[in-house]
Each structure stands twice: as structure tokens, then as C-alpha cells.
Design a protein around this ligand. Structure first.
Ligand SMILES: Cc1ncc(COP(=O)(O)O)c(C=O)c1O
Length: 434
């Protein structure tokens, strides 16, 4: 087998630099919460392929479902010859998604594609052009979704002009409040600011949708206060604006509920989901109010590979495994453990400025100085590298790339979890010692 270095040389020769790589290693195999590279080195996976492996790598039931499906047919295109797994999965998702109203679901292939479709549906249903998005948001890399995305480097640089009619508000990022306020004395000013926004930025009558992540993913695991989404949704309802929860990263059990917005007791008009929904197979969805979902004309939505039957069978197996293995409860346990450990580390290491989380979506923000909150971007990069050298795969997040965001599979064993956490602890101490 080729070495990592030999493969990196080939990669650089044949693949452009744009598609980035966090770790200079190539996979040989992956199972549960472990990845083995081509040189036989085993790593504990705290990245989960960026939140795709909530039910673990190569889950047995997913493998069985996929093997059964590929014996029958792999692709007929839903728009040419329909197939049952698409309908079955739509039915199941309509049942589990929040909302006590009739729902419908359509499938596409990636998170970005789900977001694109949700915006199209909202525009069609309202006959309005504008979308409100948020600072520190990440919604994808296609031209519309990168326009919705906030972080300018590397995502936006050089790709202008962006899609028009996108207006951006501050998110409820309490650690770095855009209004310089503190919760709860702020009285959730950042949510009520939406009313001012209609006066100073874009008239409500022109706004089709407000799209928001219930917990910021790429933006750094930022968890808004409990009142936040209810206020935003109420203002949207008053103004006929479609409220879209982008659950591409926070969904599918990551926060110990199937969808993070359930923690806030809010029923979004539309929900986008992807990542962990098909155990590693490409699949994404838009689920929402039937009257909205049915608005676009026949042929207005879809795609050649959209809702591939193999991915849909994998998606059905994922839902079965969540139930059989009680993965939501497991996610809560993992999240509690990570939170406890990160809080202990906070007490010992001034480099940690903030620890926050919801369910198993727990992050720590690293700062050079707790008073100035200057992002510790270089330290974070070193930490990710040092952890890998010690056998733990991690990824960072945040507009300043200074946030550690563990996305370990929820099937991780206690032993693997403890080992991963102690690698983080040891690595922080070692880097601090210099
Ligand atoms: C909240 C959110 N929306 C959309 C996307 C885009 O998903 P994809 O990379 O599958 O296009 C991501 C990806 O990280 C995400 O976290």
C-alpha cells in the first residue's frame, strides 16, 4: 500500500488545492469511532467526517440495507421511475420532524443543495426576493449558499458577485455580543433587533425567508439563549416570512434531540438536513409545511441523483439505529461528559475563553487573552495538529478558526471518549509549555 506522503504527492499533482484537507493522512478503513490510515495507524475520530458519522463509521445495519439495495437497483432517477425507499424515508422524516401540521419532504444530495431548495421554495411561496441570514453562519459553498455564508476567507474570496438580496444580522453569540450586552439583562435585544432591521436594512414585505442554524456549526458551536428562536419566529410570522432552520450540522441527533430546534420548542416552516442522515451516503432533505413544499410547480424542484435509492435505504437504517441503540440518550451522556471535562480544562487553562454546548454539540473557544478575547487561531491550529500526532482527529471552527468542535460518533465507547479527551488535555498542556 502507498504511504501518506506518496499519496499526498499524487493528490497535489492531480487535484486542485481548493478542496481543502485538514489532516495529511489517507484512510484505509473506518469503523465506529475509529479510522485507520493507509500506514496502519489508528485514530480516535472526533471529527466524524464533519458531523456525518453520528451513528458511527460503517454501521452494520446501514451496510446490510445498502448491500440489499444494490442487488436490486442503484439508480432509476426518481423523476423517471419512482421507488419506495424515497417515499418510506419521506414518511419517516415527516413523522419525526417538529411541527404539528401536515409536512412533506423532498430529497437532494448535499447540505448546500437542501439550503438552495429551501430558499427557492420560500421565494416561490411568498413571491418575495430577499433572505435574511446571520453573521458567523455557514450554509454551503454553492454560489447562493456561499452568499448566505458569513466567513469571507476562504469561502467567499474571489467568487463575487454573490447572489443578490441577502441581508445579514448578528447572531445570538453571547460570548461576543454584537451589541455589547449581557444575557439575561439584554432582554434578547439581538432577536428583537429584527424589527429594527426591517426599517434600516430591508422592508419586511420584501423578505421571503429567514434562515438560521439553531446552533452555529462552522461558526463555532454557538448556542443562543432559550427565548431567542421563539422571538425570531414570532416576528417572522407577523410579517409572512418563512422561518427556515438549517439543521444540516445540528440535526440528526447531534444535540441529543433529533433536531436542535426542538430544544427551543419552535416549529420551523422549513427544515434543511443532511450530513448524518444516511450514515455517510450523500443525502439531504428539505422538510416543511405541506402547503409551502407543494407551492413550486411540477418540475421546479429535483435533480438527477436527488434522493438516490441506496442513500434512502441507508437513511432508513440510520433512523432504525437511532431507535435501537437509543442514540439520543447516548448523545446526552457524551455531551455531559465533554462539557464537564471542558469546564475543568477552562479552570486550568486561560487559553480557553468559553465553553458552551447543547447535547453532544459542545465546543471550546480559545483566546489569547480572556479580557480582550483575541482569537487564539494559531494555538487552535497547533492543538489540532498535536492531537493528531497523539492519535486523535479533530477539526476546528469559527470565523477566526479558534474553536474546537468535537463531532465524535455517538457510538463512541466510554474508553475511546476518555482517551480522546485526555489527548486534548495533554496537548493543551504541552503546547502551553512550549
Ligand atoms: C449548517 C450547514 N448548512 C449547510 C452546510 C453545507 O453542507 P454541504 O457541505 O453538504 O453542502 C453545512 C456544512 O457544513 C452546514 O454546517
Amino acid at each position: 500500500m502507498k504511504t501518506n506522503d506518496a499519496l499526498i504527492k499524487e493528490r497535489n499533482q492531480h487535484v486542485p488545492q481548493g478542496p481543502f484537507n485538514t489532516h495529511p493522512i489517507f484512510a484505509q478503513k473506518a469503523k465506529g469511532a475509529l479510522i485507520t490510515d493507509v500506514e496502519g495507524r489508528e485514530y480516535i475520530d472526533f471529527a466524524g467526517g464533519i458531523g456525518v458519522a453520528n451513528i458511527g463509521h460503517c454501521d452494520e445495519e446501514v451496510l446490510k440495507a445498502v448491500q440489499d439495495q444494490i442487488q436490486k437497483y442503484i439508480h432509476t432517477c426518481f423523476h423517471v421511475v419512482m421507488y419506495e425507499p424515497y417515499i418510506e424515508l419521506a414518511k419517516r422524516i415527516n413523522t419525526i420532524a417538529p411541527g404539528k401540521f401536515p409536512k412533506k419532504t423532498m430529497f437532494v444530495n448535499s447540505g448546500a443543495e437542501a439550503v438552495e431548495n429551501a430558499i427557492k421554495i420560500a421565494r416561490h411561496a411568498t413571491n418575495r426576493p430577499a433572505t435574511i441570514a446571520f453573521e458567523d453562519a455557514f450554509h454551503g459553498r454553492t454560489l447562493l449558499t456561499v452568499s448566505l455564508t458569513s466567513k469571507s476567507k476562504p469561502y467567499k474570496l474571489g467568487f463575487a458577485p454573490y447572489a443578490p438580496e441577502i441581508y445579514r444580522m448578528p447572531y445570538a453569540y453571547c460570548y461576543r455580543c454584537a451589541f455589547g450586552l449581557e444575557y439575561p439583562s439584554c432582554e434578547i435585544h439581538c432577536a428583537y433587533f429584527l424589527r429594527t432591521f426591517f426599517t434600516t436594512y430591508v422592508p419586511a414585505e420584501q423578505v421571503a425567508a429567514l434562515i438560521i442554524e439553531p446552533v452555529l456549526g462552522e461558526g463555532g458551536f454557538v448556542v443562543p439563549p432559550k427565548e431567542y428562536f421563539k422571538i425570531l419566529q414570532k416576528i417572522c410570522q407577523e410579517n409572512g416570512i418563512v422561518f427556515i432552520a438549517d439543521e444540516v450540522q445540528s440535526g440528526f441527533g447531534r444535540t441529543a434531540k433529533m433536531f436542535a430546534i426542538e430544544h427551543y420548542d419552535v416549529e420551523p416552516d422549513l427544515i434543511t438536513m443532511a450530513k448524518s442522515m444516511a450514515g455517510g451516503f450523500p443525502l439531504s432533505a428539505v422538510t416543511g409545511k405541506a402547503e409551502l413544499m407543494d407551492h413550486p410547480q411540477v418540475g421546479g424542484l429535483g435533480g438527477t441523483f436527488a434522493g438516490n435509492p441506496v442513500s434512502c435505504r441507508a437513511g432508513l437504517a440510520v433512523l432504525d439505529q437511532f431507535e435501537k441503540k437509543n442514540l439520543l440518550a447516548r448523545g446526552k451522556k457524551i455531551g455531559d461528559r465533554v462539557m464537564k471535562k471542558f469546564k475543568e480544562l477552562y479552570e486550568q487553562h486561560p487559553i480557553i475563553g468559553d465553553v458552551r454546548g447543547l447535547g453532544a454539540m459542545v465546543g471550546m473557544e480559545l483566546v489569547v487573552d480572556r479580557k480582550t478575547k483575541e482569537p487564539a487561531t494559531a494555538f487552535t491550529k497547533q492543538l489540532v495538529t498535536r492531537c493528531r500526532e497523539k492519535g486523535l482527529l479533530m477539526i476546528s471552527a469559527g470565523t477566526h478558526s479558534n474553536i474546537i468542535r468535537p463531532l465524535m460518533p455517538l457510538v463512541i465507547t466510554d474508553e475511546q471518549l476518555e482517551k480522546g479527551l485526555s489527548i486534548i488535555e495533554d496537548s493543551i498542556s504541552e503546547i502551553e509549555r512550549g
